[in-house]
Design a protein around this ligand. Sequence first.
Ligand SMILES: Cc1cc2nc3c(=O)[nH]c(=O)nc-3n(C[C@H](O)[C@H](O)[C@H](O)COP(=O)(O)OP(=O)(O)OC[C@H]3O[C@@H](n4cnc5c(N)ncnc54)[C@H](O)[C@@H]3O)c2cc1C
Length: 564
Amino acid sequence: MPSHDVLIIGAGLAGQRAALAAAEGGATVAIMSKVHPVRSHSVAAAGGINAAINVADDWRSHAYDTVKGSDFLGDQDAIEIMCSEAPAEVMHLEHIGVAFHRNATGELDLRAFGGASMNRTAYVADITGQAILHVLYEQLMKHAHAIDRFEEWFTTSLVVEDGRVAGVVARDVRSGAMELFAAKNVILASGGAGQCFEPTTNGLICTGDGIALAYRIGAPLMDMEMVQYHPTCLPENGFLITEGARGEGAHLLNGDGERFMEKYAPNKLELASRDVVSRAEQTEINEGRGAGPRRDGIYLDITVVPRKRTLEALREIVNIGKDFAGVDITREPILIRPGQHYVMGGVKTDVNGRTPIPGLYAAGEVACVSVHGGNRLGANSLLDTLIFGRRAGEHAAARAASTRMPSPSRAYVRADESMIERIIRRPKEGARRVSEIKHELGTTMNEHVAVFRDEPGLRTALAVVHRLKAEAAVAYIDDRGTVFNQDVLAAIELGFMLDCAEAMVTAALERKESRGAQFRVDFPQRNDAQWLKHIDISRNGDGAPLVSYSAVTFTQWQPEERKY
Ligand SMILES: Cc1cc2nc3c(=O)[nH]c(=O)nc-3n(C[C@H](O)[C@H](O)[C@H](O)COP(=O)(O)OP(=O)(O)OC[C@H]3O[C@@H](n4cnc5c(N)ncnc54)[C@H](O)[C@@H]3O)c2cc1C
């Protein structure tokens, strides 16, 4: 049985950064990913990464912008750590080979981004995530002696013995073989849960696996109601047009050709925080001022940016516009609308990535530290993955030195083998196909758990999720083989997504106010007296979500009215 001091589930930016830090801390490390590491969703990150590296900037200004962006729900101790450690982390990336864009005088160039009081987003054209992920992967290869890679291995469950983490069970996607991995520490770095929604900007692999795996063994989730809708997504498929476009100066126009953000955010206009811009767009559409043939979109006008600059700094979205919307964004506006993009919530951790279960850590989008609170600022997520990935790796390596290696029972493997056997044998009669259930989940969430929410809509969503849970338990698949059986993995992922969706809707129903990404039409005001607190969701004995609250940590910034 493979056994390691630190086993990391997920090889996006958070996982790879954690692996490198744990190896440097002297631990034996394994990193596991259900796809090849450089296909992790981090590869799609476009616009950039925030850090107060400009001499005129200060990390406290970055921290304040983040607190305000979070609508005061973010934990300020964690935000201070993230923002104060950011400049050194970005410089570290630069030193190991990330070719950040430079300005005419040869300094790192910084672009404007939403909710930021000055330009502080470092970038590599609009392929920043890809550039960083590939450089980290090179570093992983360099440490091949200390880091075992399990590429295309799918974690099916976490193993807990005597109240502490003892390892995981996983399936080799290529052969279908099941294996037990012993580990003193497990770091979840398995990314977000955007696939609970349809459409979404997120890759097909973002199915909330780690959130559900942790929840199932009793770890609490936090801020699950906070789901970010990005203001600029293609209407048909949810593809993202990076906020970098507005950072470079692009305008938003309604169907009457009006630059409507003047009404909603007179100072920051298109560069207000994402929750504010998405709500403004949806209001224009709902009130009949939408753009496009069905008046259900908004125009993003990038033609105001000099063409040469667009071709240099936004070349990927030039391609996306051409290939997926038939629009040359350098010559005409492109139709967009708000679309699901990011989950602020996740597995509740402290600033070292620790969960309340000894040996279980989480970092990156799967985790909730909470640095994003009610709304994440653009370009703060890449930063979050790296800072808290590194801190979790360092902490887990140190913990390994004083922890004995567990030897979990093989019964865990047999349990998951028979779970998979049962999925494969499910009869077609009277059952639905996994993909149909997933589609209904996604469209339901996108209808009722989106930019605007209310009690009747959320109750409908919860009822649908409950019915889909029952249907998923008997849903059938077509592929009964062992080699690259994605069908069986999709059935398991559907279970993960349904757990995540149930937690999101439960928390959204619970929070009877409007804050950040949660806008309740029936409770349109922010209510600090009653709701300036986190909602935690744990699984109770019979598998239902149990709600509790925890305090928000304040250091320097008291809540105030939020205006952009
Ligand atoms: C289109 C797009 C553009 C974005 N642009 C930006 C940007 O410009 N700036 C910014 O700050 N943020 C951006 N974001 C957000 C940011 O990219 C993500 O939040 C971040 O990259 C998540 O990184 P991660 O390491 O937590 O997870 P991911 O990169 O999603 O990696 C998850 C890993 O977990 C593995 N995994 C999952 N489940 C299992 C399982 N069951 N078994 C084994 N392995 C598993 C996957 O294989 C993968 O390796 C963007 C997001 C999207 C979707």
